[in-house]
Design a protein around this ligand. Sequence first.
Ligand SMILES: [Zn+2]
Length: 98
Amino acid sequence: MNCPECKQPLTSYTEDCPNCGFSIINSPWIIISKVYSPDDMVIESLLKSFGLPVKVSRREVSQMPVNIGPLAEVEIAVPECLVEEARDLLEGAINTDI
Ligand SMILES: [Zn+2]
């Protein structure tokens, strides 16, 4: 991909742009998907396998009735400039699986 600021080609998503210093991982993070375990593992490893930085935040859903058992909602977030790319990857992966 190219730097969102100066269009310089970047070799890594996790390093600052060598030209203008733009930092992808320090840009705003956008939640692209909310899933439940264990889907989060699949999505996380998929995005990481393409070199995309990904943040997952798990939180217990405390309002759930106890007989359902522990259920954790997981938020998948990527840096703002990678949202489109991440969504494309996820859609592609889902389509191939089916
Ligand atoms: Zn740049």
